[in-house]
Design a protein around this ligand. Structure first.
Ligand SMILES: Cc1ncc(C[n+]2csc(CCOP(=O)(O)OP(=O)(O)O)c2C)c(N)n1
Ligand SMILES: [Mg+2]
Length: 728
């Protein structure tokens, strides 16, 4: 027998027999009518859990992770405001249901059942997932990757204070909001969670405002692995910067009282708090999990005897709020109602085609106030002594610095964050002087944790900022990559475009730093970025393009809410010369304000018809260096700079190679999973031109004299070109 049915029968029998679990009498500020409402929210949550299991058995529902045992969460919702952004643990249905009571016009049971049924009319995800969430209730839906929502909760909490000082055009939260973020006891151990607690504490320790309420729902277990007795309290009571509260989540009176105290502490003091909430988990982890396979029957039954709804029946009786018979009637009425609504919900349409599913991969555009660009006076004041250098040829790194300055002048909602981006101006000086020009509010020197940097950016974006986080080196993106892959990129997808986190992530990367750094400062793989649906990956090869592309990237983020990664080739930051020492041919002047390079367009040098070299980044630079040797060999060449590595500028590329007899792909990323693989597939599918590739080996990069040995060189490009052209 399904334990959900055992728990249900148990409830009916025990209430009838008045065999209710014992506990302290109701006390605290919860009024009788509120207590009844919380109990009703708990009943609704419970009924929905049972219904989801029935729907799954009938082939009408597809996922059953439930909230039974966690009904006390309703009391936490009651202690908060519906404008307090809430990042919910997957067991917080009662929270969402109770919050719906605070917002007029809600049809929460109907909405949640549509989600269970994966109906395209589900107002949260449009039928893409059974997930908690609601735009109207200020509950962004969450992925199920444990703890990945914690870094962005820190980011949103930080954004509330930042928005007071620089209100962004698309600000979403009131200035007295708090952020709520919940998770399970096992999840609290995850390094992502630990990073977020540390960042919250680190921030509060310096008295920076961070109105954030963490709630750890401690049911003592994570799937089948028990949390050691006392572990959560021992770990979180002494944590610097994080005030610890405890409540028994089986008692709605106590939970409400403590949650109110904690919420008031967070709201008034603008400091983070950690509410440790004792709960129980009824009927195992999720639908297919049978708890008696790893717990003794006695243990399971002892938990079931502590059913929080039974506790509520007792508490309501003792408070004189509702007699047990009335509680029983309410429970049954709610169950019957949910069954009736479910019968209707399963008849609603579902997603069917790839097009349906993919509709929300790309977020909707949003209206933005027009800007006329920064005034001359503002530019003169900001640039200071650099103002007169703007027209002189400069290397890429310096041009980027100019572009960032103008973009920050033009858009007050741009904020940058990263290790050493502020006071120092970045490891390679790209953000130099921005801290002095725009202040520490907009140039945030973060602690050393890439997940927190990206989480801060995601969170600030959700409150209307346009963040430009910096990852110091491409190799250091990987330990935080899920913040882009699992969080930022998926949010529009499964919130049906209702929640977005537009940003431009600047990453310094790729190889060819002369003998410096080895593989951890010279990472030449972008495969993990290129396969993320909806993500735009840009990679300039020279200063003028870099500025014009960066402006387009910011436009894409600001106006089209896109997630953009701007990959900066470190080896070209300071490169000045092309063919000969002191020729200065790789320096460019700073493009006029307003000049942009649109997404999907390529660059082209030359118009030769013997050979088209298709390349980007350092490969473009090396190909340009190879050009005289190719000309000397009688090979008339054109060199195409892809600029956009994902999505590939397919049509522009096909147009650019038209009329060429051969195509050579020069790709500094690796043979396996490198950009060339996609380019070759594209050429094979769309044109009838012979092609070849010159790529990096499947290797990491060495430091010292062999620093470029595994990657394309001028010589290898020339040889590959000659071989290809000589091919019959
Ligand atoms: C990063 C990650 N690893 C593993 C999982 C699989 N998983 C889902 S829930 C869970 C246990 C979570 O336990 P806890 O945090 O105590 O929450 P509870 O389910 O008890 O409420 C695990 C291991 C996951 N979702 N994400
Ligand atoms: Mg748990």
């Amino acid at each position: 027998m399904d334990r959900a049915d055992i728990v249900h029968d148990n409830f009916l029998q025990r209430v009838k027999d008045r065999q209710l679990p014992t506990g302290p009498r109701p006390s605290g500020p919860l009024a009788a009518h509120q207590a009844v409402q919380l109990y009703r929210s708990g009943c609704l949550s419970r009924a929905l859990d049972r219904q989801s299991r029935k729907m799954q058995r009938a082939g009408q529902g597809f996922y059953t992770i439930g909230s039974s045992g966690h009904e006390g969460l309703a009391a936490i919702a009651a202690a908060l405001r519906p404008t307090d952004m809430a990042f919910l643990h997957y067991r917080d249905a009662a929270f969402q249901i109770e919050r719906a009571n605070q917002v007029p016009g809600q049809t929460i049971a109907w909405d949640m059942l549509l989600s269970f049924a994966s109906s395209s009319e589900d107002p949260t995800s449009g039928g893409r997932h059974k997930v908690l969430g609601s735009k109207a209730l200020c509950i962004p839906p969450q992925t199920s990757t444990i703890a990945s929502h914690l870094p962005k909760a820190v980011g949103v909490a930080y954004s509330i204070g930042a928005a007071k000082r620089h209100a962004p055009e698309h600000q979403a939260l009131p200035s007295d909001a708090v952020v709520y973020c919940s998770f399970g006891d096992a999840s609290a151990n995850h390094s992502t969670a630990q990073g977020a607690f540390n960042t919250a504490g680190w921030t509060a320790y310096q008295s920076t405002p961070l109105p954030l309420l963490f709630v750890c729902e401690d049911n003592g277990i994570g799937i089948s692995t028990k949390t050691p007795e006392g572990w959560i309290a021992a770990g979180f009571q002494p944590r610097p910067g994080l005030k610890y509260f405890y409540a028994n989540g089986l008692d709605i009176y106590e939970t409400f009282r403590v949650a109110q105290e904690a919420a008031e502490y967070v709201r008034l003091r603008k400091r983070p708090a950690f509410l440790h909430l004792k709960t129980i988990r009824l009927y195992g982890h999720a639908g297919a999990d049978i708890p008696t396979t790893y717990l003794s029957r006695a243990e399971v039954e002892a938990e079931e005897a502590q059913d929080p709804l039974l506790h509520s029946v007792r508490l309501l009786d003792e408070a004189g709020a509702l007699a047990p018979d009335q509680s029983l009637a309410m429970y049954e009425e709610v169950n019957a109602r949910i069954e009736r609504i479910a019968d209707e919900a399963v008849t609603r349409p579902r997603l069917a085609t790839a097009r349906d599913v993919m509709q929300s991969l790309i977020p909707p555009k949003r209206p933005c106030r027009p800007t006329n660009g920064p005034s001359d006076a503002a530019r003169a004041a900001a640039f200071g002594g650099d103002f007169k250098s703007l027209d002189d040829p400069q290397p890429l790194g310096r041009i980027l610095n100019f572009a960032l300055t103008d973009l920050m002048l033009e858009h007050g909602e741009i904020v940058m964050m990263g290790e050493d981006v502020g006071r120092k101006g970045g490891v390679y000086g790209v953000t130099q002087k921005l801290w002095q020009r725009f202040g520490p509010d907009r140039m945030i020197d973060t602690l050393l944790d890439e997940q927190s940097i990206l989480g801060l950016a995601i969170g600030m974006a959700q409150n209307g900022f346009v963040p430009m986080p910096e990852i110091q080196f491409l190799a250091y993106l990987h330990n935080a990559e899920d913040q882009l892959r699992g969080e930022a990129a998926t949010l529009p997808f499964f919130s049906d475009g209702q929640y977005t986190n537009p940003m431009v992530v600047r990453v310094a990367g790729l190889g060819y730093q002369k003998g410096f750094g080895g593989h951890f400062h010279n990472d030449n793989s972008v495969a993990v970025l290129r396969d993320i649906p909806g993500l735009i990956l840009a990679c300039p090869s020279n200063g003028a393009d870099a500025a014009a592309m960066l402006r387009e990237c910011v436009r894409l983020a600001r106006e089209e809410q896109r997630l953009v990664v701007f990959l900066e080739p470190i080896a070209l930051y300071a490169t000045r010369d092309l063919h000969a020492e002191k020729d200065g041919a790789w320096m460019t002047s700073y493009p006029a304000l307003g000049e942009r390079i649109p997404l999907g367009t390529v660059g082209m040098h030359g118009a030769g018809t013997d050979l088209a070299i298709v390349t980007f980044g350092n490969g473009y630079y090396l190909s340009r260096k190879a050009e005289p040797a190719l000309t000397a060999a009688g090979i008339k060449t054109r060199i195409i700079d892809l600029r956009w590595l994902s999505p590939l500028p397919e049509d522009a590329l096909i147009a650019a190679i038209a009329g060429a007899d051969r195509v050579l792909i020069v790709d500094e990323t690796r043979r396996s999973g490198g950009v060339a693989e996609s380019l070759m597939a594209l050429l094979a599918e769309r044109v009838d031109i012979p092609f070849a590739r010159e790529v990096s080996e499947d290797s990491f990069i060495a430091t010292g004299p062999a620093y470029a040995a595994t990657m394309p060189s001028v010589q290898s490009i020339v040889e590959a070109a000659k071989t290809l052209v000589a091919r019959a």
